[in-house]
Design a binder for this molecule. Structure first.
Ligand code: PLP
Length: 239
């Protein structure tokens, strides 16, 4: 193994151990939680090594970085998740490689994603991103719709050709009533998921938890954790 591959293997093993321990502590089967490795800022060669090590879900947050990387890895059986704030002028590109967009947070994005998915003749999974610190009717600084905006967006995705409502996503807020209270934030997301699933049982993905707080997310009931730093290392600061 190359040095980089051994490093990634050791990091992956440590993350796997954390997920397994969190599942055990919560009395949940390990298979209920899917690890998504966030490969943003890291090269396609790392994605390839991760695939060799068994990773099948990767996530990116910037189209400029993701599009060439996905193209360089098109031969691999990977599920690509887009998790960043998405401008409508990037939608066509993102729909070219993403299987799931986790950051759906406004009606205009729903119509734009729908048009692009239809044009590509494919079905795109969509998660509604919830900003737990956003005021009613507003969006979060890092994207996401306020909790009371979820239903309107869910109905729009339901009605949009080419899109499949898959569930909810959040990033633990840095400010507001949930600052520093990851478990409470993820419990709130689960409550919103319960409401959503009452009428849409298939929209059962709950994407929450990153390197620092994956245990809290698993304890709350997350089905997907998004881990970058703990697998790939500390990212160089983005300019
Ligand atoms: C970068 C990122 C992650 C991963 O964060 P780490 O702290 O590096 O694990 C997860 N989710 C989103 C939306 C991200 O942008």
């Amino acid at each position: 193994m190359t040095d980089r591959k051994s490093e990634l293997a050791a990091n992956l093993a440590a993350v796997e151990e954390r997920i397994a321990a969190a599942c055990a502590a919560a009395g949940r089967p390990r298979e209920e939680v899917t690890l998504i490795v966030v490969t943003k800022t890291y090269p396609a060669s790392d994605v390839r090594l991760l695939h060799e090590l068994g990773v099948r879900h990767v996530a990116e947050n910037r189209d400029q970085d993701a599009a060439p990387k996905a193209a360089a890895c098109a031969d691999l059986d990977l599920t690509w998740h887009f998790v960043g704030q998405l401008q409508t002028n990037k939608v066509r590109s993102v729909v070219g490689y993403a299987d799931v967009v986790q950051s759906v947070d406004r009606l205009k994005l729903v119509s734009s994603l729908s048009a692009a998915a239809e044009k590509e003749g494919r079905e795109l999974g969509c998660l509604i991103q919830v900003a737990l610190d956003a005021e009613s009717g507003e969006r979060g600084d890092r994207g996401g719709v306020a909790p009371d905006g979820v239903e309107e967006l869910a109905a729009a995705v339901d009605a949009a050709p080419g899109l499949r409502l898959a569930g909810l996503m959040t990033v633990a807020p840095l400010a507001g009533e949930y600052a520093g209270r990851q478990r409470a934030a993820f419990d709130r997301l689960m409550d919103l998921s319960t409401v959503l699933r009452a009428t849409r049982p298939a929209a059962n993905m709950v994407s929450a938890g990153m390197s620092a707080d994956l245990e809290e997310a698993v304890a709350a009931g997350a089905t997907h954790v998004r881990v970058g730093t703990a697998v790939l290392g500390v990212r160089p600061k983005l300019g």
